[in-house]
Every structure is written in structure tokens, then in C-alpha cells.
Design a protein around this ligand. Sequence first.
Ligand code: URP
Ligand code: ZN
Ligand code: ZN
Length: 460
Amino acid sequence: MLLRQGIVVDHTQAQKADILILDGKIAEIAPEIHAVPEPCEMIEAKGLYVMPGGIDVHTHFNIDVGIARSCDDFLSGTRSAACGGTTMVIDHMGFGPKGCSLHHQLNVYQKYAKDTAAIDYSFHGVIQHVNDDILAEMASMVEEEGISSFKLYLTYGYKLDDAEVLKALMQLKQVGALATVHPENDAAIALRRTQLLEQGKTQPKYHAISRPLECEAEAIARMINLAKLAGDAPLYIVHLSNGLGLDYARLARDNHQPVWVETCPQYLLLDDSCYEKEDALKYILSPPLRPAAEREKLWAGLVDGSIDTIATDHCSFTYHEQKQRGKDNFSACPNGMPGVETRMPLMFSEGVMKGRLSPSRFVELTSYLPAKLFGLYPQKGALQVGSDADFVLFDPEQNVTITHNLLHDNADYTPFENTPTQGWPVMTISRGEVVARNREFTGQAGNGRFIPRKAFDPSL
Ligand code: URP
Ligand code: ZN
Ligand code: ZN
């Protein structure tokens, strides 16, 4: 396959070039390529941005959250991802049975994704308790299974206490893994929730009031200090939603501590006014949407380099059924929203087309840094000879208004209904195969592969 005369963008530069793809890998990149093997599929990319395929390092496909199972599995989730310009996901595994091993949950997820995923995938391990067996298992997860990141939860059913966090952080550093954390102060949230419910404050908007941004920022500061105590264990903060938490991360980085930050489109583009809407249940997720002033603080972090990645936290439940469990009590609503298909178009439109992010910075946030941090580079996230031929082609001239019936997930809504966008991903290529074209899925369930990841690179 030859991609002809696109505006080829990586994390450092943009230039017009041809790209030759052979056997699913990049074979050559040059201003013009004439010597091509026959037959060769020609793709005219003039006027299109040709970028490394999106890497979404935060999805929850087929997750069982106890009160519900998310409505997207690895088939609908990766189909939707492909149609939105994403060529790889790293899924956060859900909790397994009490006391289960790390390998148990990995095996469960390998079965979910095998034969269903349409694009490449990996998983983050999940630490639901800490003991000598779990600590010992971490090494073989990295070395033998290619799982080099793990999630620690400070809230929800299997939250870790500070001693468990410290032990886990020390061992993860030792074995070359990156600790990712969902930071929220569980005790503060539990108290506020109980008080609100006792006062009869059960409507969806009280979900946000039960877990204000200080609950998140406090837990971020605590995690940063525990990571310091663990000998500068590398720390990755998932789904950052507010400026105070970002300031704590900035302070740590100014002190040369290895701390990395992810945010998501919903925190950049939506705010807590959504909880006043009739369909407020659609927006129940954790952390919740914040006051509008926080959005600009996050955009500033994207621009000044203090935020490293944009992921989605795609965790979808149907509005008409699953989300309705929360209609009389916000705490009974399954948390999460869809987003895997809208991340790339929304960020391209709001970031690149509105002039807030350069095309290269967009690539850095959506593909290059995700690949670097999670042990995928340069197989993924790079436009280099030998890298996987994973691309997204954006047409800056296409204006699309997002509505759910354009999307390919199993949810029955998008939180971005009626959002106008400028520039759209018109083609997605996964290891040399066109998996989406003009909003149609053209890939195949089962063509996605599990990608073993390298250990965390401490020189980052
Ligand atoms: O509400 C959310 N975000 N649900 C998914 C699980 C998580 O906290 O990331
Ligand atoms: Zn989370
Ligand atoms: Zn999540």
C-alpha cells in the first residue's frame, strides 16, 4: 500500500511525503516514492493529515462493575475505536473474585479480547490486594506477559490503604512497571454520600457534590508523596479533572519526580452544568464533571506540557436501561460514559483546528507519549521504518456534527450529542489494513492482536 502525498505528522514535525507499507509495517517514508511492488493499493492522501493511529490507554470494555456490566465489549469497543481513528487500546481490567491472582484476571481478559478485538490491544494489570504472592507475581507479569503497568484504586470496592500502596509502588518500580492510579479520597466521599442521602439529596447532581475536586486533589497529593517515599516510583495519574490536582503534579515535576498526567475529553469539553439537565444520569462518572473554570486550567496543562496524554476512560452503560438504576438514588447509577470513538475527532477539532495544539502536539498527546509511557514505542506511536503501519488520516475540510447514530458503539447515547466538529478521521489503518473509511467499519473482529509491552523506561 502507498499513502501518497499526505501531510505526514509525527510528534516533532509535519511534512508532505509518501509512505510505503509492506507486510503491515512502514517500509519507507520519502518525499516521493516511485519504486513500488505490484500490485500496490494507492491511497491518495493529498490535503489529509497522516498521523500515527490513536492509542487510547484508558478503556473499560466488558467490565463488570458489580451493579452492571458495561455495554461495550472488545468487539463493539474496538470497532468504535477504529471508526474514531484509534488503532490500539490499553484496557483497564476490572476487579476479579476476592483474592484472585494477577494472572487470573489477565487470563479472563485475554479470553474476552481474543477473536473479538478488531484493533491491537493490551491491558493494565489491576492490584486489588497486596501480599507476598501478588508482589512476587508482578515480576513475571512484566517479564513473561508483557504487562508493564498496573492500576491502583484509592476508592471503590478494592481500594488500597497507604501501606499497601507503598509496598506496591516499591515493587512496581523494582520490576520496571508504571503505577497508574485512580486518585479519590474514599473516606471523604463515603461520608459526604451518606450525609447527602440521609438528607434526601438523591438526584444525579449530588453525585458530583458527593465527590468534589478536593477529594481528587487530596488523593493526588498523597499519591505523589507516597511515590516519593517509595524511592521515586514512577506514577501515572489517570483521568485528571481539575486544576488543583494538576498544580500538585506540576510541583512534583518541578522537583524532578517522575509523575505523569492523563486527562480525557469530557473534562476538557463538558462541565458540571450537565448535572442540571433532564438526562443528567448520562454524565455520572468518577471523577465527576467539574465547574466550568476547571476546563481552561486543563487546556493550559495541555499547552504547557504538564499534561502528557489524552485518553477516554470509555466505560459505557445504556442510558435507557443501565443508567436508570440511578434515577432515584445517584449512588445506584453505574459510573462511566462512552467516548472511545469521539476522542480523536473532538481533540483534533477543539485542539488543532482551533489553534490550541499544533498537529505534532496532538500526535504527542494521543499516540507518541502513550506509546512511550506504556512500553509500545517505536512499534506504535512512531512514523519510522519498521514501525507498525497504524495510521489515522484526518480531512481538515470535513465538518461533522456528532450524533450517536454516526457512532459504532453499543451505547444508546453520546455525551457529545450535537457537538459540531471541524476535521474528521476519514480513514484508519491498522497494520496495513483499512479498518475504517468514511465512518464505516471495514475491519474484522479478531484481527486485533495482543501486543506485549516493554518494561517502563526510567529515562523518560
Ligand atoms: O466513572 C468511571 N470513570 N468509571 C470507570 C472506572 C474508573 O473509575 O475509571
Ligand atoms: Zn478511574
Ligand atoms: Zn477508568
